[in-house]
Each structure stands twice: as structure tokens, then as C-alpha cells.
Design a protein around this ligand. Structure first.
Ligand SMILES: [Fe+2]
Length: 342
């Protein structure tokens, strides 16, 4: 028995004791995933070694996957849907594609704010939406909270992506949950007024802009800095080494976080194996692999965190439930549009 297997059996072995997996070697679990990291393959192989269940992987973006599951109807082979962002998981739930599951393993191992209270989906890795700045330039005075980013002193300093992007929407939904609609609209106007350029590109583009001297503060998910850090290109690694991270709102509600997650498909032909797979994902070794695929944080306390992320330091997370954040997202988008955040 290798170390991974021992660790897994110690932490989540109950998953494999399910009677439904008795003839597991006959089974294939179909995973529909919008993640596409080589390390995820290692993760799937680990499940096959432990359970005997083979994995068939279908990869596409989440809208294509949802459309495919709908088109396949009751005959869909899909067992598990894996995707990133609570907003997308909530969209899958709203379209009726996911089944609620009850799992004592998941309930005890995954923090409550990172899973759907009704059990339709569960987060397995986490990213924080932070403020990045060039160490040489330093952090402008008076910036410690998301709310500070709207201050008039920061004109021309903020680099962020468009309001239509799901990360911007989730982030603004977290501000809405904390401060209410009126204050959030004022805040969004302040952000729009402080932009260093019209919103364009992804989070990495905001980091690159600030590193190139366009704006001082890049709004980005933590893993994009991790991906620059482990890039094969020396110029990317140089940018990563120059950027510092501020985890906002450490003195109050905490930094906004979001998840990569998964749920069991409502029409899953192998529901017991699908649930066993999700429970496997909550084991410490699987967590470390799952998270590292995209340089994210594991969500269980005993999983190893990548040294780069450890180096960023510990931080307090906003405990807003991911499902609540997703529910507030449509209103958050309307507020951003009213505020002329393009
Ligand atoms: Fe991303």
C-alpha cells in the first residue's frame, strides 16, 4: 500500500465501504469537467486505484457541459459535474442538473460557507480575490479594505476586469451582502471612476498592467499570481516576484473567496460512485492535488498548501455562504451596470 492510499484510507476510507461499489471494476464514472489541468488526471487515476471505478472524462466549458447534459436528458451518462466559481455551480443547480446529496464526510470536512446548504454542490478548492501591487511602488496610503478602492485619492490607480465577468460579479455580490445596495452602488461608481483604463482582459492582464506601471492596484484571484510564479517564462516569474498581495478587510469581515467545486448530476447512472468520488476529493491527498492543479487553496484543514501560497501568509475569509453570494449576483450585476462600470 503506498503512502497516498494509506493517507486516503485513514481520512476518507468510509467512502469506499459503500455497498454500491461492490462490483466497482465493472463501472465507469463519467465526469463532465470545465477544469483542464494535467494534475486533475492524476487525481482521477488516484480514485480508480482506490475504488476500481474507471473514469471517463468529458471536458468543455460549463455552458457547453450543461447544454450537453440537458440534450442527453434522462439517458445522460454524466455522473459528476466539475467546474469553477459558485456562480456557475448555482447556475447548474438552477437549471435542475444537480441532485442534492447528504454526506456526513463532506459536512464534516468542508467548511459550511464553501458548500450549498442543500447539498447540490460543494467547493473543493478555494481562491481569494485580492489586491496586488508592485513592491517597489508600495501600497498607496489608506488601502486596507475593498471599500477603500473607491476613494477619490485613488483616481487612475485601479486595474480590474469588466463588470460582466463572473469574478467581478461575485466580488460585488460580497460587497452587496456586507453593505447593502445603496452603499454598493456608490462603491461601484467609485471603482469605475478610479480605473486606470477601460476594463479589458483577465486577471493576469491586470497584474501585467500594474507591473508595467499602468495603475497601481490589480484586482486578481490569488491563483493567477501562483501561475505566473510557476510559469515556464522567466519574464512571468519576474513579475510574480515583484508583486505583493494585500488580503483586504482583515480587520472586519475578511477577504472575498470563491471556489472550484463539483456536484452529482441528477440523472447520474452511478450515483453512489459519484458521491464516493466527491468524498474522495475531500481527502487530504486528493485536496492537495486538486488545489495545486490551479494553484488554489485546499479547503480542508489537514491538506498541504502549496509553498507559494503559504508564503502569502494566512488570512481571514469572508464567511458569506457561496450560495448566498450566487443568489445576490444578478442584483450585483445590475448595480455595476447602473454605476457605469463597463
Ligand atoms: Fe480564473
Amino acid at each position: 500500500m503506498n503512502a497516498t492510499r494509506r493517507l486516503f484510507l485513514a481520512s476518507a476510507g468510509a467512502a469506499l465501504a459503500l455497498p454500491g461499489l461492490a462490483r466497482a471494476q465493472d463501472r465507469t464514472l463519467a465526469i463532465y469537467s470545465s477544469r483542464h489541468y494535467d494534475t486533475d488526471r492524476e487525481l482521477y487515476d488516484g480514485f480508480t486505484r482506490l475504488s476500481g471505478v474507471r473514469i471517463r472524462l468529458i471536458e468543455a466549458n460549463v455552458d457547453q457541459l450543461l447544454e450537453r447534459i440537458r440534450a442527453e436528458g434522462a439517458n445522460s451518462p454524466a455522473d459528476v459535474l466539475v467546474t469553477v466559481d459558485a456562480g456557475r455551480l448555482a447556475r447548474a443547480q438552477e437549471s435542475g442538473v444537480l441532485a442534492p446529496i447528504r454526506s456526513a464526510t463532506l459536512a464534516s470536512r468542508i467548511p459550511a460557507h464553501l458548500r450549498d446548504p442543500e447539498g447540490h454542490w460543494c467547493g473543493f478548492s478555494m481562491r481569494a480575490r485580492v489586491v496586488m501591487y508592485d513592491r517597489a511602488q508600495g501600497l498607496p496610503a489608506g488601502v486596507a479594505r475593498y471599500e477603500d478602492l473607491a476613494k477619490p485619492e485613488l483616481r487612475g490607480m485601479v486595474s480590474t476586469r469588466s463588470s460582466s465577468n463572473i469574478y467581478s460579479i461575485g466580488w460585488t455580490a460580497s460587497v452587496l451582502a456586507a453593505n447593502g445596495p445603496e452603499a454598493t452602488e456608490g462603491w461601484a461608481r467609485g471603482i469605475a471612476a478610479n480605473l486606470s483604463r477601460p476594463p479589458q482582459g483577465g486577471d493576469t492582464d491586470q497584474i501585467r498592467a500594474v507591473a508595467a506601471g499602468q495603475g497601481r492596484l490589480a484586482i486578481s484571484n490569488t491563483y493567477y499570481l501562483g501561475l505566473l510564479h510557476r510559469s515556464a517564462r522567466a519574464e512571468d516569474r519576474e513579475i510574480a516576484s515583484r508583486m505583493a498581495v494585500l488580503f483586504p478587510n482583515q480587520g472586519d469581515r475578511g477577504t472575498h473567496v470563491n471556489i472550484s467545486g463539483a456536484g452529482v448530476v441528477r440523472t447520474a447512472p452511478n450515483r453512489d460512485a459519484a458521491q464516493a468520488f466527491l468524498e474522495y476529493l475531500s481527502s487530504a491527498p486528493a485536496q492537495a492535488i486538486f488545489a495545486e492543479g490551479n494553484m488554489e487553496y485546499p479547503v480542508v484543514a489537514d491538506a498541504a498548501v502549496h509553498p507559494f501560497l503559504r508564503g502569502l501568509g494566512e488570512f481571514r475569509q469572508d464567511p458569506l455562504n457561496a450560495a448566498r453570494m450566487a443568489a445576490l449576483s444578478p442584483e450585483a450585476l445590475r448595480i455595476m451596470q447602473r454605476a457605469n462600470w463597463r
